[in-house]
Ligand binder design. Sequence first.
Ligand code: HXC
Length: 257
Amino acid sequence: MSEQQIEVQDNAGIVRLTINRPKALNALNSEVIDKLASILDGLETHENLRAVLITGAGEKAFVAGADITEMRDKTPEQARVFAGQALATIKRLETLPVPVVALVNGFCLGGGCELALACDWAVASDNAVFGQPEVLLGVIPGFGGTQRLPRRVGPAMALDLVTTGRKIDANEALRIGLVNRVMPQAELEDYVAELTQQLGGNGPRSVRAAKQAVHDGMDQDLDSALALETSLFALCFAGEEQTEGMSAFVEKRKPNF
Ligand code: HXC
């Protein structure tokens, strides 16, 4: 397996993952999924992890989907195993305790869109193209798209996208809530660097608690989710971060987290 299928850069706990198959528009094959799983082994035990950024090499694609060449001859059982392993790995990325940001340049299709949907943030270049074109290949999304897309954009728009397979541009993706920001391509890197610095500079315990409250709460009824929020809110008062954050406000200085 090539070590370079995914490049990893760690800048003081802000980790950038670059899927590096530009000749295949960064399509996700089994090797890339396996590599991501082994990188996650390290991230899950990383003591100073602050934020994770995931992107694709080159300016043409984030990820143009699962690898069609690899999938073409699969049996139903092999397809189940492939989808299952990828789903489990993407879930591990989603449930990292820190914010995960998708930096989307160019094509973000099929499994690529599903990968972005598992991220907390998606920032797109103005030339990005999104879609779930699986029905055009005789299949359906298999990396979580039929489930995460309706949760992100609502069932009507999700059904529109997964049943037509149509592609949408970055501005439509922004309008339907699929991405958080759209930036001119030339400004994308600077913007994301600023964003990850900001995410990484906030109180690490409170950022983690905020992510946990939103993610875990989404799977619960409202009363249980509100009780979860109260517990996590109270826990924030058990550490130094809250003392530092509130003291800094009162003393009119910047907090030092
Ligand atoms: C394998 C892919 C690929 C993919 C592109 N390539 N997408 N290889 N799997 N998903 C390869 C092409 O074969 C080509 O290789 C090279 O990348 C460049 O692509 P071109 O098609 O020549 O580029 P262009 O004409 O600019 O068109 C770009 C594109 C098109 C519109 C993104 O490549 C495209 O439609 N790709 C497929 C998108 C898609 O259907 N994604 C969903 C896959 S299914 P060569 O060797 O010819 O240069 C899926 C299911 C997930 O994701 C769930 C699974 C369980």
